[in-house]
Design a protein around this ligand. Structure first.
Ligand SMILES: C[S@@+](CC[C@H](N)C(=O)[O-])C[C@H]1O[C@@H](n2cnc3c(N)ncnc32)[C@H](O)[C@@H]1O
Length: 145
């Protein structure tokens, strides 16, 4: 499509679907977080959206870097020490402040998900949850080859 006549939205507003609970209170580098269990408490009125989620082993968690102030377009990446643009990094200081992490789903109790590997601190607003199914991701990749 060459032309889109829809007005371009100037702002996009989200309401969190829930919040993270763990004992990781402030942002800062901490490898241990990947071994810890976090709770994701989903709003009660959205609980039905968790139907059959317990059948999944892994989930994508989209969240908001609520404690980040501002952003840096170029910075030094932690994982290899190289300078890079923010869109070539996983920095929490980004223009739209969206975090994305794949977590292991341990159990579900009502509106509470127990997950391992979530690098979001206590109180982080969660924007969305989606299944991560490795075979489906790989199939989608292969179909592009
Ligand atoms: C490097 S980011 C990567 C996050 C995610 N895996 C991603 O790739 O988008 C992870 C760091 O973000 C920081 N962080 C976590 N929750 C945050 C929040 N609510 N506000 C600001 N920073 C946060 C923590 O210091 C954590 O170590």
């Amino acid at each position: 499509m060459n032309e889109n006549t829809e007005p371009i939205p100037k702002r996009i507003e989200f309401t969190p679907i829930g919040y993270v609970e763990n004992d990781y209170l402030e942002p800062g580098y901490n490898e241990e977080i990947y071994e810890k269990v976090s709770k994701i408490v989903i709003k009660k009125d959205l609980e039905d959206g968790l139907y059959r989620v317990e059948e999944l082993e892994k989930l994508y968690i989209l969240f908001y870097f609520s404690k980040s102030e501002g952003y840096k377009l170029i910075h030094r990446r932690r994982y290899d020490g190289e300078m890079s643009g923010v869109f070539a990094s996983r920095s929490p200081y980004r223009p739209n402040g969206i975090g994305l992490t794949i977590v292991e789903l341990l159990k579900v109790e009502g509106n509470v998900l127990y997950v391992k590997g979530l690098d979001a601190i206590d109180g982080t607003p969660v924007l969305d949850i989606k299944p991560y199914v490795k075979e489906l991701e790989e199939k989608a990749e292969r179909s592009k080859e």
